[in-house]
Ligand binder design. Sequence first.
Ligand SMILES: Cc1cc2nc3c(=O)[nH]c(=O)nc-3n(C[C@H](O)[C@H](O)[C@H](O)COP(=O)(O)O)c2cc1C
Length: 347
Amino acid sequence: MKLGLPALHLLPPETAHAVGLRALQLGMAPAPGPATSPRLACKIAGLSLPNPIGLAAGFDKNAIAVAPLLQSGFGFIELGAATPKPQPGNPKPRLFRLSPDQAAINRFGFNNQGMEAIAERLAKPRNGIAGINLGANKDSEDRAEDFAKVLACIGPHVDFATVNVSSPNTEKLRDLQGKAALKALLQGVLEVRATLPKAIPVFLKIAPDLDSKALEDIAETAVATGISGIICTNTTLAREGLQSRFATEAGGLSGQPLFESSTRVLARISKLTNGEMPLIGVGGVSDAEQAFAKIRAGASAVQLYTALVYKGIGLAQEITLGLDEILQREGFANIAEAVATGRDEYL
Ligand SMILES: Cc1cc2nc3c(=O)[nH]c(=O)nc-3n(C[C@H](O)[C@H](O)[C@H](O)COP(=O)(O)O)c2cc1C
């Protein structure tokens, strides 16, 4: 896969992604299995992970490459976003590679085959931890109800679920991050969780573009409702310091330029929740030192997406092994010991 990257980058980004996913499906990618060690093995919200390096949502929206992705080195993967009904998403082009910035801008708008098709694929037995990113249909009259529906349908077949109220590509979706709306939404989702055959962890995924008051409200609501943890963060609307000619495209920016702001939000949420709930750090991670930085800022596990576009799927294994070495170098016996040890540096 890594050797194929220059060729893939000659294709339009969305085509390249589809070809890459197909190659994965066909077994044309490294499949070392998730690396593990006593230092890397960890627990998050009751899930036992071989290592804390996960695949972020949006990479495999329709859950078509679950088994190969679980073999590529990740300790856990997140599929979706899934919405109740299938939907085509926004018109193309809607994905842009910002190579000089090691970044991407996407405005997909939850294109996916719908919860039923995705549930069927996830119902097959698998080896490893997989979760679903919950989304809402663009034309939905009750978005909160959509999240609950998708959880009821796919929840029995996954190990965790994520309430995604932070995609910038569905109009007004992020309004659900406001205090009252968020409380009602999370309560509704948790009621559905109580009806599942097994009480899987439910995480909340937030945007990086929130001010201090909004972060305080979210932390308070998350703790009060009893959700399992927070994923910090989704893509950003900010555009500072970019060089690529695609910098002014509308949508969410991911990759290197997101690292700093998403890590700051992570550290702030870590401080606000004071260790009361596990956090997952995502945004701009492209090497083991950056994964370690997320852990020091307060994350118990890490996810990534955009760096795979530039470095290939072998990156999962590379970061995991690199993180193991860093933990040893820094004298940590395990991930849990390292969590939030450098938080103040990132606030
Ligand atoms: C093309 C693309 C599609 C995405 N789709 C979703 C999605 O459906 N749901 C979601 O919660 N996040 C989605 N994300 C956001 C990622 O999961 C992640 O939070 C973000 O890209 C930051 O991580 P990164 O810098 O490692 O890419 C998407 C990102 C990209 C680049």
